[in-house]
Design a protein around this ligand. Structure first.
Ligand code: FES
Length: 116
């Protein structure tokens, strides 16, 4: 079991927004959506795309590099790589779907804490 590290205050994270933070030595993507907080690895499990630069819809984040989509509630892959052509098929064959690491989040007073 890890330790909870403060990554900001509640007001640092607007509803419907995501933000990359440092928690210990880990890069973590913190998402506030539907009143809840979620934390997953900040880098895409495909080739390290910076997820904070992607798009967030509800609890699903889309990687800005090749369009993989992940649900931040549990890190599972919603879509692995964008597109259906030959290039996409080769990419999928070379590296199969892998979810994101998920971190526990809690709000303690005004602080948002992530377990690392
Ligand atoms: S790096 Fe994210 S889909 Fe390729």
């Amino acid at each position: 079991m890890g330790e909870f590290v403060a990554v900001g205050t509640v007001s640092d994270f607007a509803e419907g927004m995501m933000k990359e933070v440092k928690a210990g030595d880990k890069g973590v993507l913190v998402v506030r959506s539907g009143g809840g907080f979620y934390a997953v690895a900040a880098r895409c499990s495909h080739m390290g795309g910076r997820l904070a630069q992607g798009r967030l819809e509800g609890t699903v984040v889309t990687c800005p590099l090749h369009g993989s989509r992940f649900d931040v509630t549990d890190g599972h892959v919603v879509r692995w790589l964008k597109g259906s052509g030959a290039l996409s098929a080769i990419g999928k064959a070379m590296k199969g779907p892998r979810g994101l690491a998920v971190y526990a989040v809690k709000v303690d007073g005004d602080k948002v804490m992530v377990e690392v």
